[in-house]
Design a protein around this ligand. Structure first.
Ligand code: BES
Ligand code: ZN
Ligand code: ZN
Length: 493
């Protein structure tokens, strides 16, 4: 499916023309749009209301009026959702092309570039579907996609630039959702590695490599390797690098938890909903998604992506509660609960990333704790950082991308509760509560000196979020991709 933008002064030849209409003011439509009498007057323009109309003439076969609500209330997410509704209608009717018309006054009210970006993002994300795991018979019409082109009206260079960006971000989000939604037997650590290598083939500015278990052994990554010991699948530590065209202004590292399946290990999880633990690689999938978009965008920073990837299963060789392991920075950890494995693999990844690239800024994303779901639900990402400026920048990026974050504390007492009895640290606290903060305090122990660091706990936001037209429901959300790209593009300077 192709998304483009073009000046639609006259009614385009299209299967469906979607007109985005605020609830007041005289609509300004492309020339030649012929609507039956009174249709416009009757349409109230309520946000998300859709009315299909047969035009009384002109070159659009069908017209959809899509309400935006009051002009003052229009924001990027309303535009994403309106675009998604248009795509849903076009897909539902098995149409091949769609044109979206948005008035100048609407685009100007949120900013032309932002408007173009939001509409393209919403359209691209709404076109996501996962059919590759259906058998031949049920998958008759391939990916169920008939839609071939979406043309978005817009004349200014800024608007068109926005459409290009939005398309790249939407595609990256869909790429991440595909990785997330794949089942554990089809998305193993080795499969994440091959996805990373494929990303490097899409751009000369991106390279990919992966440390093997033997290499990690030499580097002393006893914490990460203790998790994969219980699995037949070998672990890897993926490293992606993006180099900008001109001298990099900063080095930024993203680290994503890549547990392709988390059964809990010997501290095994209950079987209800255990299937959802295929999503325990969502942080890693988001990091890969960032590089998917970087291939198409100009970002002035050197960006590093690290994805420690493994399975966490019960086995004769698996971690046992009480075992002590040594991470590559020399710290020892008592593994009191083998299900708190994310922090064990992140410990070695964070300390490796710190030493290997000495980034100015490091952000990790992880489906780390059930407690963050209790605290914040599925609509928010928990943001932990000792740096007020980095936290403020990520909060702002969250607002702009509609991937909102909520700041949570890391106090000295949270670290105190993670101190070990026979080792330096323990991987769970001993029942003092604040499980997500304890996990964040633990991770902080593996971040190098002088690095501005933030931890994003996406255990709630990664899947199962509210339906938003372009994403939501029981599926993966791809959270983190648009957030981090918004951060890189507009808030990292
Ligand atoms: N992957 C889970 C966290 C998780 C739970 C994500 C539910 C999404 C939904 C993580 O590895 C884990 O099991 N954490 C434990 C930690 C506990 C043992 C201290 C948890 O949150 O229950
Ligand atoms: Zn776990
Ligand atoms: Zn986990």
């Amino acid at each position: 499916m192709r998304i483009s933008s073009k000046n639609l002064d006259a009614t385009p030849k299209t299967d469906l023309l979607a007109l985005f209409l605020p609830d007041s003011g005289k609509p300004q439509l492309p020339e030649g749009v012929k609507l039956p009498k009174d249709v416009l007057a009757e349409f109230e323009g309520k946000f998300r209301s859709v009315r299909l109309v047969d035009p009384s003439g002109g070159s659009a076969k069908r017209i959809a009026l899509i309400g935006l609500g009051s002009l003052k209330s229009v924001d990027p997410d309303k535009l994403r959702r309106a675009a998604a509704l248009a795509v849903q209608r076009a897909r539902g009717a098995k149409l091949e092309n769609l044109a979206i018309w948005v008035e100048d006054r609407v685009a100007k009210s949120v900013g032309e570039e932002v408007a173009g970006q939001a509409i393209a993002e919403g359209a691209r994300m709404a076109a996501y579907s996962l059919t590759k795991f259906k058998g031949k018979q049920e998958n008759g019409d391939k990916d169920g996609q008939t839609l071939k082109t979406i043309t978005i009206s817009g004349s200014s260079a800024a608007f068109r630039r926005g459409v290009k960006t939005g398309d790249a971000l939407g595609e990256a989000n869909c790429f991440t959702r595909e990785l997330q939604d794949a089942p554990g037997n089809k998305m193993r650590p080795r499969d994440l590695v091959s996805e990373a290598r494929k990303l490097a083939r899409r751009s000369q500015r991106i390279t990919a490599s992966a440390l093997t278990e033997a290499q990690m052994q030499k580097l002393g990554m006893g914490s990460l390797l203790s998790v994969s010991r219980g699995s037949e699948e070998p672990a890897f530590l993926i490293h992606l690098v993006y180099k900008p065209k001109t001298k990099a202004k900063k080095k930024i590292a993203f680290v994503g938890k890549g547990l392709t399946f988390d059964a809990g290990g010997i501290s095994i999880k209950p079987s209800a909903k255990m299937d959802e633990m295929k999503y325990d690689m969502s942080g890693g999938a988001a990091v890969l998604g960032v590089f998917h978009a970087l291939a198409a965008l100009d970002v002035p920073y050197e960006v590093h992506g690290f994805v420690p990837t493994s399975e966490n299963l019960p086995d004769g060789k698996a971690n046992k509660p009480g075992d002590v392991v040594t991470a590559s920075n020399g710290k020892t950890i008592e593994v009191l609960n083998t299900d708190a494995e994310g922090r064990l693999i992140l410990a070695d990844a964070l300390s490796y990333a710190s030493k290997k690239v000495k980034p100015d800024v490091m952000v990790d994303l992880a489906t780390l704790t059930g407690s963050i779901v209790v605290a914040l639900g599925h609509e928010l990402t928990g943001l932990f950082s000792k740096s007020d400026s980095l936290a403020a920048n990520l909060l702002a990026a969250g607002e702009a991308s509609a991937e909102a974050c909520w700041r949570m504390p890391i106090l000295d007492v949270h670290l105190k509760h993670m101190k070990g009895r026979i080792g330096d640290l323990r991987n769970i606290n001993s029942g003092q509560g604040a499980g997500s903060s304890g996990a964040a305090a633990f991770l902080n122990e593996f971040v190098g000196e002088g690095i501005d660091w933030a931890h994003l706990d996406i255990a709630g936001a990664a899947w199962g979020a509210e339906q938003r037209d372009y994403q939501g429901g029981p599926w993966g959300t791809g959270v983190g991709v648009r957030l981090l790209l918004e951060y890189l593009r507009n808030h990292a300077g």
